[in-house]
Design a protein around this ligand. Structure first.
Ligand SMILES: [Fe+2]
Ligand SMILES: [Fe+2]
Length: 275
């Protein structure tokens, strides 16, 4: 059982990559389930109902989020009726939506997907470590054989610590939020695959997805300014995790980092093979 997790989808360039190429990429990588972080799908901030529908239609099975989840207010409403989109589990009690979802993969494996958010340099929510433990119990009760955790956090230390904390209990702990893919993938002794940050799916000709001129101006002048999403050099960043459903452990973890041109080749090859 192999799953693909796609890093933060940023604005239209990120959504377009998925719409045009995800099905061919998933077929080429032979993945059984696709998870994606969608917190920046709407112009870099938040996610609309239409964005979520488009992402699901592109071939994503579960959408995770993070600190930008409520930037588009409509998310507070549609998350209640769309359980395939989750928000960090450690938001306080009473927050709309849930922090986990159990999906059925194409090869019939129940996969528990959990989202938690770090507290270092972010809004201080409830403890993500204990929240993760609670959600693991919940998805297991619902029959999850394989468990995946998206830890949306700023610091590598908090993400690595959560990986060790959950080692042996879940198949993977993968970080999101910094939008820069790290190269520290490994499988811990208990069988939990870890990667500090999966990276970003969207325009890389900018500063973590936003137009570089405005971001540089804010750093240089300290004055407030409006950020628009960048447009050029769209890339898809993700990671595949191979697991044994009998044990719930990971057997392989591989980073994915592809340019739009490489994705076009994959799509062309897949459609040539189908003809
Ligand atoms: Fe993000
Ligand atoms: Fe974030």
């Amino acid at each position: 059982m192999k799953l693909l997790f796609i890093g933060d989808i940023v604005a239209r360039p990120g959504r377009d990559l998925l719409r045009k190429h995800l099905k061919a990429l998933a077929a080429t990588l032979a993945v059984d389930l696709v998870i994606a972080n969608g917190e920046n799908a709407a112009g870099g901030n938040g996610i609309t109902r239409d964005n979520a529908n488009d992402i699901f239609a592109a071939g994503v099975d579960v959408i995770t989020t993070g600190n930008h989840v409520w930037d588009k207010r409509e998310a507070l409403e549609f998350i209640v009726t769309e359980p395939r989109m989750i928000r960090p589990a450690n938001y306080p009690d009473g927050t709309p939506g849930l922090g986990s979802f159990v999906a059925l993969s194409r090869n019939g494996v129940k996969v528990g997907v959990i989202n938690v958010m770090g507290r270092v340099f972010l809004n201080t929510l409830d403890d993500p470590f204990r929240a993760a433990t609670r959600e693991i119990a919940r998805v297991k009760e619902l029959g999850a054989q394989v468990i995946f955790v998206d830890v949306h956090a700023e610091t590598t230390s908090e993400k690595v610590a959560l990986g060790w904390y959950l080692d042996g209990q879940v198949a993977a702990v993968v970080g999101t939020h910094t939008h820069v893919q790290t190269a520290d993938e490994r499988i811990l002794p208990g069988g939990t695959a870890c990667l500090s940050d999966v990276g970003m799916t969207g325009p890389h000709d900018g500063v973590i997805g936003m137009d570089k001129t405005a971001v540089i101006a804010r750093f240089v002048t300290g004055l407030p300014g409006r950020f628009e999403p960048a447009t050029g050099d769209a890339r898809l960043h993700g990671v595949t995790i191979t697991t044994d459903p009998a044990t719930g452990r990971a057997t392989a973890i591989e980073r994915v980092a592809v340019t739009e041109a490489q994705l076009q080749e994959i799509t062309d090859r897949a459609s040539a093979a189908a003809r």
